[in-house]
Design a protein around this ligand. Structure first.
Ligand code: FMN
Length: 207
């Protein structure tokens, strides 16, 4: 019997929501592609507005067009970047039997964080996160808001108690960043470290 080697080392779901910080998510996507991951990409409606506002990136209208656009932009292999619409309940991330075991939401809004905390599952991002939780997979929420209300803090505590990794999009300065890309890479490196994906963006502080 002949065995074909899998095309990708692993699959990760990456969701963009409407918090500030779109450049972090784009850099993370680029790094996941470079690390030969298959990436299932989800955008909330607000994420598209933030992308246009923060990086002048107007995504095309249709799911197929967005997929082609990102594949070309990140020089991905065919099928490496897969886009799913917000109500695509038949997609892999929506089902425990087919979802990747790892999911990152970057950037994550307080709205989506709250919905996940309460199990709303009203769109594919919330459902995908719900699936990760019920299947005991790895969920990383790279969130951004300031200041935090008691509601935000309570939601984060609840998620943390369920095993979710909550990473504030708040880069350190001890690696002496020279420009904005160094700040972005600081955070993306931390996310990749938690995913156990080798990265050379930022080396460990101490050996
Ligand atoms: C430019 C821009 C920046 C925003 N920044 C944040 C933010 O940093 N954190 C946050 O929780 N919401 C932020 N919002 C508000 C969210 O986009 C809004 O609450 C939205 O309903 C979130 O929906 P989503 O979670 O489905 O993406 C921002 C909105 C815009 C347009």
């Amino acid at each position: 019997m002949s065995h074909t080697a899998p095309a990708f080392d692993q699959s990760v779901t990456l969701a963009f929501t409407g918090a500030s910080g779109a450049p972090y998510g784009l850099r993370l996507l680029q790094q996941l592609v470079a690390a030969n991951c298959q990436v299932l990409v989800l955008f909330s409606d607000a994420a598209k507005i933030v992308l246009a506002t923060e990086v002048d990136l107007e995504l095309p209208e249709s799911i197929d067009e967005i997929q082609d656009f990102l594949t070309a932009r990140f020089n991905a292999k065919p099928e490496q970047i897969k886009l799913h619409g917000k109500l695509d309940w038949f997609s892999a991330p929506a089902s425990g039997s087919s979802a990747p075991k790892k999911m990152v939401i970057c950037p994550c809004s307080m709205g989506t964080l709250s919905s996940i905390r309460h199990g709303a599952s009203n769109n594919l991002i919330e459902r995908a996160a719900d699936v990760i939780l019920k299947e005991r997979g790895q969920l990383i929420i790279a969130w951004r808001e300031s200041p935090l209300s008691t509601i935000h803090l309570e939601n984060m505590l609840g998620l943390s108690q369920m095993g979710v990794t909550l990473m504030p999009l708040a880069p350190g300065f001890y690696h002496q960043p020279k420009d904005i890309n160094d700040l972005i890479d600081f955070m993306v490196a931390r996310v990749l470290d938690h995913l156990k994906i080798e990265q050379s963006l930022v080396l460990p502080w101490m050996k």
